[in-house]
Design a protein around this ligand. Sequence first.
Ligand SMILES: Cc1ncc(COP(=O)(O)O)c(C=O)c1O
Length: 343
Amino acid sequence: MSKTVDINWGELGFSYIKTDLRYISKWKDGKWDDGELVEDNMLTISEASTALHYGQQCFEGLKAYRTKENKIQLFRPDQNAKRMIESCKRLLMPEVPVEKFIDACIKVVQANEAYVPPYGTGATLYLRPFIIGVGDNIGVKPAPEYIFCVFCVPVGPYFKGGMVPVNFNVADYDRAAPYGTGAAKVGGNYAASLYPHELAAKRGFADCIYLDPATHTKIEEVGSANFFGITKNNKFITPISPSILPSITKYSLLHVAKEYLGLEAEETDVFIDKLDDFKEAGACGTAAVITPIGGIEYKGKLHVLYSETEVGPVTKKLYDTLYGIQFGDIKAPEGWIVQVPDK
Ligand SMILES: Cc1ncc(COP(=O)(O)O)c(C=O)c1O
């Protein structure tokens, strides 16, 4: 292993840091080029790019982890690749094949190996693949050209002082329409979430919970994470809906709950007025793995789940197990881990 760069890993948050190299591949005349690693972190694109005007872009987020044995591994990158293909289909963009996606991620990690935080710091190397529609175009139609890029940023452990529950309020706004783009990881969904997030933050909440856009009775997303709850009879429950982002962490937790913790686990409707069914709840996603939910404010009343200050025991076990799998301390299910070969 080469030496890591001189960063105070304990101080890392979730902020942009320019790393050495990023991967860029361009799509033109119906095909992707071979792609290359470049030093320049600036993109020069046409002022008429569809990504700028019509939101024709999508992105992904995944992490590289350094293990105790000083190996580097990716967690389920094939799932991110497949989700990006679905996002591309929805926005009429050319798909990046799974192998090309994983190869690009591996190249970027290898090229920036010195930025992969040491084992034991809880920090990781966050990878941000994205595709943007570029080229000269003014009408509302798919772009003539595309750029696929993967860059990386070392990020800190989400819970610096240990896992602390946070409170959420139920948004007055929708993040996605019933047959809209909620299930795709496209920038427009996130632009639409900035204002409701700001309103929640101003009132002291970590973020807001979005209900299903058709009936406003069922929980869909917790900010930019999926929801899960542990029922009073010890079932792991997570919402099912065509307008939530299919979270890779959520599907991993469904498996962990069943196969590692021996719980019943299912995707089903989660009604906002049935929060009493749950003894614990959390938000899950790549960044935090799990954020325990302290309370949820709905119609002016704060409904406390397990506790506003302590993490519930099942939530803690789920977190420890998934975190252990991601850092290589617990045996992963077949196919979940992709090793990054030494250069
Ligand atoms: C809206 C939204 N929901 C859920 C998630 C969690 O998805 P994943 O577990 O794949 O990171 C994310 C983060 O990517 C997200 O942006």
